[in-house]
Design a protein around this ligand. Structure first.
Ligand SMILES: C[S@+](CC[C@H](N)C(=O)[O-])C[C@H]1O[C@@H](n2cnc3c(N)ncnc32)[C@H](O)[C@@H]1O
Length: 627
């Protein structure tokens, strides 16, 4: 991979087509070599395998309990996303502090306004030359210096180059970040490197640059416009990289596609980071019913943990997309972002036999119980085809009927598709009010109307993903509007339905991170609301308080269990859930005790009262008698 003579952009595009075709042919014959990655087997309970059918993949080396750590990997390269650019450190992802400065004020034409100054904020530590890297401290800036030095001149021009060639800025930044890694690894001196695996995050070293070329760029799936413009943009970028660190244009395009296809988004304090973890991307395949999760820690470290018990030899899988979506939506998301058509077991099962039918389906207008679905069979091979060939679906459904699974009713598939299309349009319109106008009250009204039109009128299955996603938004909107009782009700619907119908429930896996967070929110809201409602001493008030406290306990118990599995029993997130659970239990026990005490006192009084009135009567009688 050493620097060689630069090919022209056109030659590069032609080369690509040929090398892609060759690679496709080769891929069928060659079983990948795992040697470079075998070190992981010594420290983690995984076996790494390679086969014609699955390519490289990881399996459990023994029976694993839910919550077992199966990999720790530090990113080869990461980029803080454009919108969070100055918020988190480009070295360790810690928070960046800002300082205020002043500068001469200018008018709309850029003319300096005499004697007028304006204040603006900049990161306390940043590269003053390119202004494209922010840090949390001087230490981090120094630690990143060698990696940054080879990128600095190019980063300074990146914005301009990206907009001239109409390519995403992040594609260019990703290539530069990888060039930075390659330099500090010493790969520019053709040094052979091996990935070093660690059992603890503190010992993890970034996976070396050389492993990047093992990843699949899935170039034929990337949208043609950005792929066509990329070589010219990267050519300009490479010209600004110091000669010793420079790579060939072909290699730059290849690693841009690899980063684009294989990066994992990490959320760090609500800021998004894109990071490349070659080992995890290579060996943990995607499944829509995964048995592992990946969790991004600070410092660009990725943890992979089992979320269910996994028997020895079973494939270890993670999900690259949001799971509570209709199957076709998940597949399209994967095609757009990861550039492959999902063939996991869940997606390969007939829709009519899968829990997916509820998320996709409409409700039978006759019996108002059964779901009706359209069994879509067409595999989309190419993203460009997906964008352009909308008539394919129309042709496929002509003259077909969908049957109700509970009664003999049938409808034309074209009508079923019309219902779904209308639901998607209305769903989009209701959410648009929120996004564009930010008007919470109107948005709530629209979202509740969607629920009324599609659930209460029995149009969509109650488990349909558009309905659940509407409840998710409604819970958030009601919280913002201060209607906590309603927010609790909507959040409760989400928690209950997200697991799928009772007799068919693995719409999301056990210990699914999003579900854990909805349980956490539920527990938090119920606990706070119960404390407020406790002031209401009427029987109704007491009932509500007790119900909320009970709900808080149940939700927090689930959240604590799930967070311990997902993040580890000693993680700060599990600890937070444990503290809240202890608080909920204490509040519940004390409330029950206090109300029981009151009840007993009242009962005693009531028990004494008839006796007292009895003796009064007797006394009266006696009195009368004595009188
Ligand atoms: C780089 S990794 C896996 C490594 C791959 N097995 C190999 O040896 O090159 C991700 C790639 O595996 C394939 N893949 C993973 N999960 C898949 C799934 N559920 N359905 C179809 N292909 C999948 C896709 O081609 C994807 O781009």
């Amino acid at each position: 991979m050493a620097a060689t003579t630069e090919p022209t952009v056109d030659a590069h595009v032609a080369d690509n087509a040929a090398s892609q075709a060759n690679k496709k042919k080769k891929a069928k014959k060659v079983v990948a070599d795992n040697t470079r990655y075998q070190g992981i087997e010594e420290i983690m309970p995984v076996s790494i395998r390679s086969s014609h059918a699955k390519g490289r993949h990881a399996v459990a080396s023994k029976d694993l309990a839910a919550g077992t750590l199966v990999a720790i990997e530090k990113a080869t390269a990461m980029i803080v996303r454009n919108q969070s650019f100055v918020n988190i450190c480009h070295c360790c992802l810690g928070p960046v502090t800002m300082k205020t400065q002043t500068r001469p004020k200018v008018d709309a034409q850029g003319k300096q306004l005499e004697g007028q100054l304006e204040r603006f904020t900049v990161p306390t530590h940043s590269c003053t030359k390119c202004k494209m890297a922010a840090y949390c401290s001087e230490n981090c800036q120094n630690a990143h210096a060698a990696e940054h030095a080879v990128q600095c001149d190019a980063l300074a021009e990146c914005n301009k180059i990206a907009s001239t060639h109409e390519v995403p800025l992040e594609h260019l930044r990703a290539v530069l970040a990888l060039i930075g890694r390659r330099t500090v690894d010493g790969a520019d001196n053709s040094k052979q490197q091996e990935p070093e695996f660690a059992a603890e995050a503190k010992d993890a070293k970034p996976t070396c640059y050389n492993c990047v070329s093992d990843l699949n760029p899935n170039r034929h799936y990337i949208d043609r416009d950005s792929l066509n413009n990329l070589p010219a943009a990267l050519k300009e970028v490479l010209a600004l990289v110091p000669g010793s660190a420079r790579i060939t244009l072909s290699e730059a395009v290849e690693i841009a596609c690899i980063f684009n296809t294989n990066n994992h988004p990490l959320m760090v304090n609500n800021h998004q980071v894109l990071a490349l973890f070659p080992f995890s991307s290579l060996y943990f395949h995607h499944s829509c019913n995964p048995n592992c999760v990946y969790i991004g820690g600070g410092n660009g470290v990725l943890y992979v943990r089992t979320i269910s018990d996994v028997p020895a030899d079973a494939d270890l899988t993670i999900s690259y997309v949001e799971l509570y979506q209709p199957r076709e939506q998940r597949r399209r998301d994967l095609l757009l972002t990861r550039h492959f058509w999902c063939k996991c077991r869940r997606c390969s099962t007939l829709l009519s036999k899968s829990v997916d039918r509820f998320m996709d389906g409409i409700q039978c207008a006759e019996c108002k119980r059964g779901v009706m679905i359209f069994e879509e069979t067409k595999e989309v091979q190419d993203i460009n085809e997906l964008m352009t060939d909308i008539s394919a679906l129309d042709q496929e459904i002509q003259g077909k009927f969908a049957e109700c699974e509970s009664c003999p009713a049938k409808i034309e598939v074209t009508k079923l598709v019309d219902v779904l299309k209308a639901a998607i349009t209305d769903y989009g319109a209701a959410h648009m009010v929120l996004q564009q106008q930010g008007d919470l009250k109107t948005a709530r009204h629209q979202l509740e109307k969607f629920v009324h039109d599609y659930e209460e009128k029995h149009v969509l299955s109650p488990y349909n993903a558009y309905l659940i996603n509407t409840y998710i938004t409604l819970a958030r909107v009601c919280t913002q509007l201060g209607d906590v009782d309603r927010a609790i009700r909507y959040n409760g619907i989400v928690v209950e339905r997200m697991q799928g119908p009772p007799d068919c429930n693995n719409a999301v896996p056990d210990n699914y991170p999003r579900l854990a967070e909805y349980n956490m929110t539920m527990g938090d809201m119920c606990l706070k609301q119960a404390k407020k409602k406790a002031a209401n001493k009427t029987p109704v008030g007491r009932n509500i308080t007790r119900r909320y406290l009970k709900e808080a306990k149940t939700s927090l118990e689930s959240a604590f269990k799930a967070r311990s599995v997902i993040y580890g029993a000693d993680s700060p997130r599990a600890e937070e859930a444990s503290k809240m659970l202890a608080d909920a239990k204490k509040e519940y026990d004390e409330y029950v005790k206090a109300t029981e005490k009151k009840k007993t006192k009242k009962q005693q009084q009531q028990a004494v009262a008839p006796a007292a009135s009895g003796s009064d009567a007797q006394a009266q009688q006696e009195g009368t008698a004595s009188a």
